[in-house]
Write a protein that binds this ligand. Structure first.
Ligand code: FAD
Ligand code: NAD
Length: 155
């Protein structure tokens, strides 16, 4: 099977969009990821799948912690930025919570310590034990990703 057929099929599964962040050598580092899932309530675990070519893979291995920032519908540009899809770099302001750089306008910030890892083909699954959660009081719609395009609810 060719890669395009696989990606087209996986693209039929609509997801939200997250930016995985961590602090590396005192600086914030982020990567856009939609391979994110809630895993367990006891203990509270989530998982993100990170490709071996991504710099974030080696970085999270070293830092042992990460935060998952669930993007809101107006944060498509941040998603493109942290996927390396913008022509120019641009500064991003992070809040810092318990040593984690987080995106303050996200729908939710899920702070984790790496619980375990599992190498699966060309990706590694990073299971995170959730240590803190921050959420906005006001409601907000998520940024969605479907068929390789950004969408929003009702669109
Ligand atoms: P880098 O190339 O090091 O960084 C990515 C970009 O983020 C660069 O432009 C960098 O300048 C910018 N950046 C990083 N930190 C900062 C900062 N502090 N301030 C400002 N800019 C900063 N890949 C996966 O492995 N798993 C997934 O689940 C996944 N899902 C994706 C979902 C979508 C919708 C998209 C568009 C891409 C997805 N990717 C996923 C691909 C992944 O986002 C890119 O391959 C990414 O560029 C690889 O990350 P890197 O660690 O090598 O990033
Ligand atoms: P696309 O058509 O490549 O993505 C559609 C779906 O295919 C994604 O939602 C994901 O489920 C799957 N997919 C894509 N690349 C994958 C990979 N390398 N490993 C495992 N699953 C993958 O959409 P696009 O707009 O062309 O994506 C933009 C870029 O982001 C591409 O370079 C793509 O490879 C990358 N991406 C990577 C992942 C991932 O590594 N898990 C997920 C989404 C997008």
């Amino acid at each position: 099977m060719d890669d395009r057929t696989f990606r087209n099929a996986m693209g039929k599964f609509a997801t939200g969009v997250t930016v995985v962040t961590t602090a590396f050598q005192g600086e914030a580092k982020g990567m856009t990821a939609n391979a994110f899932m809630s895993v367990s309530l006891d203990p509270k675990l989530v998982v993100v799948s990170i490709g071996h070519k991504a710099r974030m893979h080696d970085i999270v291995k070293q830092t042992g912690k990460f935060a998952v920032n669930i993007l809101r519908r107006d944060q498509e540009e941040l998603s493109r930025l942290f996927a390396g899809q913008l022509k120019e770099e641009r500064p991003v302001s992070f809040d810092w919570v318990n040593g984690h750089p987080i995106l303050p306008e996200a729908l939710a910030n899920i702070l984790c310590n790496v619980h375990s890892t599992y190498v699966a083909g060309d990706h590694t699954l990073y299971f995170g034990e959730v240590t803190d959660i921050l959420m906005k009081d006001e409601p907000g719609d998520p940024l969605l990703f479907f068929e390789g395009k950004y969408r929003s609810i009702g669109q």
